[in-house]
Design a protein around this ligand. Structure first.
Ligand SMILES: [Zn+2]
Length: 439
């Protein structure tokens, strides 16, 4: 019955478009500075929906929840719409229909009518890539009705409380966050909508955006039943990674520039999938998994940083990643599911962009580590680590050293060495974000 209603709504929308064939909106005089919206489309299932706006240039956006009926409105700074009709939603489910109009000169508004209360899972702007235009992507997932109602109320309050300001919800890079986890929180807060600003169709695109800090998710490797690698003297990887994560968290929080969340703040077990999900659901701006594994070759030592590449060919790195990917099985849990090969061009684009960014972040951190500690030869490396698979969060795995090497073991337990490394890591993270903020 419910489903039938949704389909009916979708069909109605289709018919309406076909019958009228009318422009979605009269285009205002083109503003040379503002990007144009070239095309719009929505795909939807019962569990999720995605709005894509093709843009002539990257733009800024703001999102707001509205009720009566339940809707999500996405405001984009834009000069004009370069299409006559938006294609009807592909599929049926969360979004029953949508419109795109010029709400006022300089602002386009997409309004998604919801079949059930929903929230933004993530929203970001992708730069143009190869022959693909710049895009605004908004992913939507269901939300309990009371949460949705709360968001409608707070969006409304944000608009009425403040004089409308120019839109400031600049898209952070994919995975960019408007969500602040509580600094020092052991578990990231559940993702909420990146809603900012305009709560009613009348005010100009208001951006009641509070300044938000980038969210760093630190992932101390292993934990609980899975102790990770173990040195001959009994020291366990899970203990070292947690100690490091806590030190690094304290430094990053102290800098005042970041929100920092840990995937675990005690000796508990989390599956690899859960770790990835925590970073993704909270739209982390950077995910750092910390490890001190063992290598079969005891002579291999020093710190290194891995970014993900499933095509990576180095045999030793492959063994390292394979072993790491087995930790869930070791702990008695199901084999983690690797993401299937590319199914979606957009996801592929996003993933490529994330990898580039992960690499840039790894380089920044290595640059700071270099003078402080011994590094492996070619310290920025690629391997197919499951925990680095988020397509929308720059992710890296840091091998602080190897518990198969005597020198590294001695270093890893030395508080002075730990402090020096944590310090360098914190500087590296800051340098990476400094780089992002440069024009
Ligand atoms: Zn490990």
């Amino acid at each position: 019955m419910f489903k039938a209603l949704l389909s009916a709504a979708a069909i109605f929308f289709t018919v309406l478009l076909l019958m009228t064939g009318a422009p979605m909106a009269a285009a205002p005089p083109a503003n040379p500075v503002l990007p144009d919206v070239m095309a719009a489309r929505v795909t939807t299932t019962a569990d999720r929906a995605r709005l894509i706006l093709d843009l002539s240039l990257p733009s800024k956006f703001a999102i707001v929840a509205l009720d009566g009926p339940n809707r999500i409105a996405v405001d984009v700074k834009a000069g004009s719409l370069k299409f006559d009709t938006a294609t009807p939603p592909a599929g049926t489910g969360l979004v029953s229909s949508y419109t795109v109009d010029m709400a006022e000169p300089g602002r386009a508004r997409a309004v998604l009518t919801l079949a059930q209360p929903a929230q933004i899972q993530q929203a970001y702007v992708l730069d143009a890539f190869a022959d693909q235009p710049a895009r605004l992507v908004v992913d939507i997932i269901p939300d309990p009705a009371d949460n949705f109602a709360k968001r409608v109320a707070s969006d409304l309050a944000a608009t009425s409380a403040s004089t409308p300001k120019p839109m400031t919800a600049t898209s952070t890079p994919p995975g960019g966050s408007d969500i602040a986890a509580t600094p020092g929180a052991s578990t990231p807060t559940p993702a909420t909508t990146a809603a900012n600003g305009a709560a009613t169709p009348t005010p100009p695109a208001a951006g009641a955006t509070a300044a938000t800090k980038p969210l760093i998710v630190l992932d101390p490797g292993h934990g609980g039943i899975d102790s990770g690698a173990r040195a001959p003297n009994g020291i366990m990887e899970k203990t070292i990674t947690l100690a490091f994560a806590l030190k690094l968290q304290a430094l990053l929080v102290k800098s005042g520039r970041f929100d920092v969340a840990l995937t675990r703040a005690d000796d508990s077990y989390l599956s690899l999938e859960q770790r990835v999900a925590l970073a993704r659901n909270n739209k982390a701006d950077l995910f750092i998994s910390l490890h001190a594994d063992t290598f079969q070759q005891p002579q291999i030592h020093g710190a290194s940083i891995y970014t993900r590449d499933e095509q990576a060919t180095d045999d030793l790195d492959k063994v390292l990643a394979d072993n790491e990917n087995k930790t869930d099985i070791v702990a008695g849990f199901a084999v983690p599911k690797m993401t299937p090969a590319v199914v979606d061009v957009l996801v592929d684009l996003m993933r490529r962009q994330m990898r580039k960014q992960s690499y840039v972040a790894a380089e920044s951190i290595i640059h700071e580590l270099q003078p402080s500690i011994e590094l492996r030869r070619f310290p920025v490396r690629q391997a197919d680590f499951f925990v680095l698979q988020a397509p929308d969060v720059p992710s890296m795995l840091i091998e602080l050293g190897f518990l198969s090497n005597a020198d590294d073991i001695a270093n890893l337990v030395k508080p002075e060495w730990q402090d020096r490394v944590a310090d360098a890591l914190a500087r590296g993270v800051a340098a990476y974000f400094d780089g992002l903020n440069q024009p």
